[in-house]
Design a protein around this ligand. Structure first.
Ligand code: P6P
Length: 337
């Protein structure tokens, strides 16, 4: 009978990967795991306790109603405030960064960037949604951490991960020593190691993009989509198209099965839609650690300079061979200006 290894046990066991670690990162990951379980409980009950509603309305109990993404945001920020290891939180739900000014966090050295509930518009149709997190070490050594500590390139991440609230709830993360996946066992309320040392296939046959925007795509993307659709037995084409509108769900499938996920620039949004700091960078760190590739069609995502908290970026991410092929089309038909 195989021994169940919980997230907590795994984190402690892997602490030896960081000889100078004093347990702060381990405690930070634990705090995120606790918030994930609380949010998971709310998502699973959302249809029953009527918290799907729009913010501002009241639920059947007459309580002030919170949208689930606001609830998720509050839960993750509360867990980080109580945990004492985080000094700044960046969240999709907050225009400005949140400085955690509390006695318990006075020596905190980590910065956490969050998309607390990505794809939340899919909740009421029961499509998988997720939380994405990215962890940095503050650069300043004294005084209050500032915006300058928050604006760091993806290569500076010390850890990143996501939680997918799907048919099962999983937490997948990396600290730069590979990628490991944990599935929540509701019967014991623990995330248990289920996908050790995850590796993305070098190639695949699934392309994932919102083809409804086809007319607004750069020529390189249009030509790549046609390439995916042409029959060619040698290269396993035509590929299959899969797109849920939830980045975490699409990228989790891509990580497990292989494939390419693209959210390109469009004529209406020349930087793309997805956010660099709390969507593209954390997912790029994970996919690269699993052996894949992530770019904006021209440059490595993790090398992109971060100039503002809610900066957007195009993203081509997934199996190395497929991302490289898409980049070839971008270079040939939509050269970087
Ligand atoms: P579109 C969800 O709103 C999200 O931020 C990502 O999770 C998802 O990949 C993308 O936007 C979907 O955007 O324009 O295809 O609906």
């Amino acid at each position: 009978m195989s021994i169940v290894k919980t997230l907590g046990q795994f984190i402690i066991e892997r602490q030896k990967d960081f000889p100078f670690a004093k347990g702060e990162l381990s405690r930070l990951l634990r705090d995120l795991g606790i918030a994930a379980k609380i949010v998971n409980r709310a998502i699973n009950k959302a249809g029953l306790i009527d918290i799907l509603g729009e913010a501002g309305s009241t639920n059947v109990q007459g309580e002030h109603q919170k949208k689930l993404d606001l609830y998720a945001n509050e839960q993750f920020i509360a867990a980080l405030q109580c945990g004492g290891e985080c000094c700044i939180v960046i969240s999709e739900e907050n225009d400005e960064y949140i400085y955690i000014d509390s006695e318990v966090s006075k020596d905190a050295k980590y910065i956490v960037a969050l998309d607390p509930l990505d794809g939340s518009s899919n909740i009421d149709v029961n499509v998988g949604v997720g939380t994405i997190f990215s962890i940095y070490r503050r650069k300043s050594l004294t005084g209050h951490a500032t915006l300058n500590d928050a604006l760091q390139k993806g290569t500076e991440q010390v850890a990143s991960g996501y939680i997918i609230y799907g048919s099962s709830t999983m937490l997948v993360y990396t600290t730069g020593k590979g990628v490991n996946g944990f599935t929540l066992d509701p019967s014991i309320g623990e995330f248990c190691l289920s996908h050790p040392d995850l590796k993305i296939p070098n190639s695949g046959n699934i392309y994932s993009i919102n083809e409804g925007n086809y007319n607004y795509f750069p020529d390189g993307v249009k030509k790549y989509i046609k390439y995916c659709q042409v029959e060619d037995k040698l290269t396993n084409r035509p590929y299959t198209s899969r797109y849920t509108g939830s980045m975490v769900a699409d990228l989790h499938r891509t990580l497990i099965k292989g494939g390419v996920f693209i959210y390109p620039p469009t004529s209406g949004a020349n930087k793309g839609k997805l956010r660099l700091v709390y969507e593209c960078n954390p997912m790029a760190f994970i996919v690269e650690q699993a052996g894949g590739r992530a770019s904006n069609g021209y440059n490595r995502i993790l090398d992109i300079e971060v100039e503002e908290l809610h900066q957007r970026s195009a993203i081509f991410i997934g199996s190395t061979d497929m991302v490289k092929k898409a980049e070839e089309f971008m270079l040939s038909f939509s050269p970087q200006t």
